[in-house]
Design a protein around this ligand. Structure first.
Ligand SMILES: Cc1cc2nc3c(=O)[nH]c(=O)nc-3n(C[C@H](O)[C@H](O)[C@H](O)COP(=O)(O)OP(=O)(O)OC[C@H]3O[C@@H](n4cnc5c(N)ncnc54)[C@H](O)[C@@H]3O)c2cc1C
Length: 329
């Protein structure tokens, strides 16, 4: 089989990349390991700017909801900041944009077992020749591994999906429990994602789980089936000859906030434009933001006294309020 573009992974970044090839002359194959669409592990939190890629109609709430940030007994509230999207619903929406298109094939329940120059061999035994290969398999990416790119900077996360419903979003920062990371409560229509995460190496997954479960117990929230994942934040470029990396595979996610939905969309679009020879620069603003979040914000939140000052001065609130400034960077 011969394809112009092979995309490994039908998550946010892979499907966004595929979308831009619809109706072009390029023959595209998308390969997804799962046999069917599932809810990829994620809290699904999005900001208003994510509406560029995610229609409001598929979001959990009609309006952005209030968010409270808490550090020990200090609390600040920011009105109408966040929304959520169910990740299964999002994937279904993205698949609907590329399914049954003449030049796009999507295969579920298959994956690459061998990489060769300009050719991959799939679990099903099929040999596929490609002009361009796009690694979009998330944090644990075989394509990234093939390129011998290590992961030295990442976030370790754990979450529970619970039945209890909440009206607003919460972030809780507590250096002793979550290092420079935080605990989140992200409401959805029919469930809530409650989880926590921090920079890899600062707290183990087991330690985070203990603190998360203590929070759930204290709040009388029933839980089962923990979902633990790594978020790859080790960005080392996205283009390696005719092989590209997008989303978590590229490590483009912010290691400060763990935000990866928008960056997955942006990088998927960026790589598609580059392959198509179209003008468009969608990731460089994000890289600047990622650097700012990881280097500047983490410096504040990783030190207890800075952390206190951080909340007292409501610096966080101001940073979030001047969202438009990001666009000027
Ligand atoms: C617990 C948690 C909470 C999060 N919360 C948020 C949040 O609230 N907001 C936010 O912006 N970001 C959040 N993120 C980050 C966000 O989920 C990721 O950055 C984003 O999903 C990355 O998209 P992606 O397309 O790169 O990878 P994914 O969405 O992980 O998609 C990868 C796809 O590739 C498939 N795949 C995997 N291996 C193979 C293989 N070998 N062959 C073929 N297919 C394969 C997978 O099944 C999957 O469908 C969170 C992450 C975690 C772990």
């Amino acid at each position: 089989m011969n394809y112009d573009v092979v995309i490994s992974g039908a998550g946010i970044a892979g499907l966004e990349c595929a979308k831009h090839f619809v109706g072009t002359k390029l023959k595209v194959l998308v390969i997804e390991k799962n046999k069917k669409i599932v809810r990829n592990v994620c809290a699904g939190g999005i900001l208003e700017e994510d509406y560029e890629f995610i229609p409001k109609e598929i979001c959990e709430f009609e309006e952005l909801k209030d968010v409270s940030f808490k550090h020990f007994n200090r609390q600040i509230k920011i009105p109408k900041l966040l929304n959520t999207v169910d990740r299964k619903v999002l994937t279904e929406y993205q698949v609907s944009l590329v399914k049954n298109k003449k030049n796009i094939d999507i295969v579920f329940g298959d994956y690459i077992t061998e990489f060769k120059e300009n050719e991959v061999i799939l679990k099903s035994g099929k040999k596929v020749k490609y002009k361009y290969l796009v690694g979009a398999e998330g944090a644990i990416s075989p394509t990234r591994k093939y390129l011998l790119l290590p992961i030295k900077s990442a976030m370790v996360t754990i979450q529970y999906i619970v039945k209890k419903k909440f009206d607003s979003f919460s972030f809780i920062a507590d250096h002793n429990k979550f290092a420079q990371g935080y605990l989140w409560v992200f409401p959805h229509k029919n469930y809530t994602s409650i989880g926590c995460g921090c920079k890899l190496g600062m707290k183990s997954g087991a330690e985070l789980k203990v603190h998360l479960e203590k929070f759930l117990d204290e709040n009388n929230i029933k839980y089962s089936n923990p979902e633990g994942r790594i978020i790859n934040a080790d960005y080392r470029g996205y283009k390696f000859g005719n092989i590209f990396l997008v989303g978590d595979a590229a490590g483009i996610t912010s290691g400060g906030s763990g935000r990866g939905i928008l960056s997955a969309f942006l990088s998927g679009k960026h790589v598609a434009y580059e392959i198509l020879g179209k003008r468009g620069n969608f990731i460089w603003h994000w890289i600047a933001r990622k650097w700012f979040e990881e280097k500047i914000i983490l410096r504040f939140t990783s030190n207890t006294s800075w952390n206190k000052a951080f909340f007292i001065s409501k610096f966080f609130e101001r940073i979030l309020r001047i969202k438009f400034l990001w666009r000027l960077i």
